[in-house]
Design a protein around this ligand. Structure first.
Ligand SMILES: Cc1ncc(C[n+]2csc(CCOP(=O)(O)OP(=O)(O)O)c2C)c(N)n1
Ligand SMILES: [Mg+2]
Length: 316
């Protein structure tokens, strides 16, 4: 296997993990207001998926969005600043954790209303097709979004208009504290693609290479034939739904068992088995430095000036 690729995927996953571990620490120090939803445990999904994109492809997701932002080329300083509500944030401190945004890197948030991003993704894909580009749109959603009206609206439009969009269900088994078996009659959510119809697939979210391969196939279908795909990725979140969640709906043992499949640990071990441990340590150090710098920068950055509170509400 390509060493450069393994190393790069490891670096990307670890960068997200360390960014969020520091975010959790800052939250407990009460430096972050509002909600904080962590992606810890799910990193292989976004890393595998976004590793096959071109720079001009579009990405949109729900509120568990820090990783997707960082992967799209998002700056760690601007991300950390956004969490702290600072003027130097990627949404100028107005969005916070749930609303990271980076238009120049083709990253469109950060959506707090469950399922809201699905029809928007269809619209973005329609625009790109209409403009004659070969760009694709990747839309991430949670398993909790599959029973909401906009899931149907988005997928219907994608199928009827033959849109180059890939809907990726990040099935982490829970919608807040509700396990999937209480809301879905089947374990397999990807079968819902049959109703539209569109192509579908399932990937193992603990295996970054499997995610990458399945997304690659879907991206080719979108780019070459302008057809949509519904891809379900089975994953698991190690932290609570948000920082406010005590996680009483699962046992410690269940969680520990899931953590044995940690995609970052697995890839770190793979690097060691290839005798690349020195390189792994170097990557770890570089990431420590980047995240330390981001925290320091964000802590020192100014809050938005009070008189700008009405800015950016309407498009100008
Ligand atoms: C329309 C709507 N209904 C309810 C909520 C409250 N809510 C926030 S997150 C969430 C669960 C979503 O779970 P899932 O889609 O699986 O995403 P995950 O948090 O697991 O990533 C709910 C019900 C909301 N934000 N929007
Ligand atoms: Mg979920």
């Amino acid at each position: 296997m390509d060493q450069e690729l393994i190393t790069d995927l490891f670096r990307q996953m670890l960068r997200i993990r360390r960014f969020e571990e520091e975010a959790a620490r800052l939250y407990t120090e009460r430096k972050i207001g509002g909600f904080l939803h962590l992606y810890i445990g799910q990193e292989a999904v976004a890393v595998g998926a976004l590793s096959v994109l071109e720079k001009t492809d579009e990405v949109i997701t729900a509120y568990r969005c820090h990783g997707h932002y960082l992967l799209r080329g998002g700056n760690a300083r601007a991300g950390m600043s956004e969490l702290l509500g600072k003027e130097t944030g990627c949404a100028k401190g107005r969005g916070g954790s749930m609303h990271f945004y980076d238009v120049k890197n083709h990253f469109h948030g950060g959506w707090g209303i469950v399922g809201a991003q699905l029809p928007v993704a269809a619209g973005m894909a329609l625009a790109k097709k209409y403009q004659g580009t070969k760009d694709v749109t990747l839309c991430f959603l949670g398993d909790g979004a599959v029973n909401i009206g906009s899931f149907h609206e988005g997928l219907s439009l994608a199928a009827v208009w033959k849109l180059p969009v890939i809907y990726i269900i990040e099935n982490n088994q829970y919608a807040m504290g509700t396990p999937l078996e209480k809301t879905a009659p089947t374990e397999d959510l990807s079968i819902r693609a049959m109703g539209y119809p569109m192509a579908s697939d399932i990937a193992d979210g603990h295996d970054v290479f499997d995610v990458r391969a399945k997304v690659h196939t879907a991206v080719r279908r979108a780019r070459e034939q302008s057809l949509p795909t519904l891809l379900e990725v089975k994953t698991y979140r190690y932290r609570g739904h948000s920082m406010a969640d005590p996680g009483k709906y699962r046992t410690k043992e269940m969680l520990e068992k899931e953590k044995e499949k940690d995609p970052i640990k697995a890839l770190g071990a793979k690097l060691d088995s290839l005798r690349l441990n020195q390189l792994r340590e170097q990557i770890e150090q570089e990431i420590e430095e980047e995240i330390r710098d981001a925290v320091e920068f964000a802590e020192q950055a100014p809050f938005p000036a009070p008189e700008t509170v009405m800015d950016y509400i309407y498009a100008e």
